[in-house]
Design a protein around this ligand. Structure first.
Ligand code: PEP
Ligand code: MN
Length: 340
């Protein structure tokens, strides 16, 4: 149930409503918007809250018929902005995160970081713990990769994002990274979601390869229900009957998530297609469809990459993709999508 507070509501009015929600055994989540606040009561039957309609400072009380109570636009009409340092997801500018699939060495990471920064990327990606289909494939450098990410972050000023695969690693990864990625395969790892709901770092939640938009938003709901509001969604392609591409980048699903939710949504054209020749058109299409940003795999020598070489761009190709994201696509077209 959403309890919409009036613009004139005082702090005392808000507290009174929060207390009443707790009294009937539910959990209140407050979203403070520009001007007015919305209190969302979750965790059970809201029948006993009907009377709040008449409480001081309350404008109206609305039953929530959809399952994503906190991530939906009904809980917050303004778009959420997620800050990673100075980088803002969900603002007027699209954010580009770029870097190797896996961190392989200091030179590989630093060379990539400098090049992607020069081309206009504002964050660096790099896997330390890799979810690989085969146990015999490269699994990532682990802590050593985290140290390298941190070192290159200090040298270039680029905030870094890396994937967390299990709850045991959360604390350590938080020491090194600015943002944590929940990989597609872990989108419904509920213990991971619950614990990441309690950290104070922003989280990038990738869509599972076989997940519906509803399941994806419900996974985000776990994070918000745990108290972490700094969540960015990422469409990274889903399984379809298509075999020429690794996945099918679902831009319809991305747009749907963006219209149902106030959270920023970015696209991953690398995993979304699995082919480096499709990164440029897929990136342009995603931004034109309103994506709040992109995450792209880049490697100084993709043919030697230890993971995902076929979908990684070399440094020149990445610069060319960035140049193709012309101003009209980056600002005008996107701005239109934002206000739609
Ligand atoms: C990755 O970002 O390298 C990755 C493994 O992504 P996904 O979880 O989308 O497959
Ligand atoms: Mn990858």
């Amino acid at each position: 149930m959403h309890i919409n507070m009036a613009i004139t509501a005082t702090e005392a009015d808000i507290q009174q409503v929060m207390n009443k929600v707790k009294e009937v055994g539910l959990k209140p989540h407050i979203t403070r918007g520009i001007g007015r606040s919305i209190i969302t009561a979750v965790g059970g039957s809201c029948k006993d809250l009907e009377t709040l309609k008449h409480a001081p400072g309350v404008e109206d009380v609305v039953a929530v018929s959809h399952p994503f109570k906190l991530v939906s636009r009904h809980a917050k009409s303004e778009r959420t902005r997620v800050f990673v340092g100075d980088v803002c997801f969900g603002g007027d500018e699209a954010v580009v995160i770029a870097g190797p699939c896996s961190v392989e060495s200091y030179e590989q990471l630093l060379t990539t970081a400098r090049a992607v920064k020069a081309a206009g990327a504002s964050m660096l990606r790099g896997g330390a713990y890799k979810p690989r289909t085969s146990p015999y494939d490269f699994q990532g450098l682990g802590v050593e990769a985290l140290r390298l990410l941190h070192q290159v972050r200090e040298e270039t000023g680029l905030p870094v994002i890396t994937e967390v695969m299990c709850t045991d690693d959360i604390e350590m990864i938080c020491e090194y990274a600015d943002m944590l990625q929940i990989g597609a395969r872990n989108m419904q790892n509920f213990s991971l979601l619950r614990q990441l709901g309690q950290i104070d770092k922003p989280v990038l939640l990738k869509r599972g390869p076989s997940s519906t938009v509803k399941e994806w938003l419900l996974a985000a709901e776990y994070l918000l229900a745990g108290g972490n509001r700094n969540v960015v969604l990422c469409e990274r392609g889903i399984k379809t009957f298509e075999t020429e591409m690794r996945n099918t980048l679902d831009l319809g699903g991305m747009s749907l998530a963006r219209s149902l939710s106030h959270l920023p949504v970015i696209a991953d054209p690398s995993h979304g297609t699995g082919r480096r020749d499709l990164i440029k058109p897929a990136s342009r299409a995603a931004l034109a469809a309103g994506a709040d940003g992109l995450i792209i795999e880049v490697h100084p020598s993709p043919e030697h990459a230890l993971s995902d070489g076929a979908q990684s761009l070399n440094l020149e190709e990445f610069a060319s993709v960035m140049n193709s994201l012309s101003e009209p696509i980056r600002t005008v077209t996107r701005a239109h999508a934002v206000s739609a």
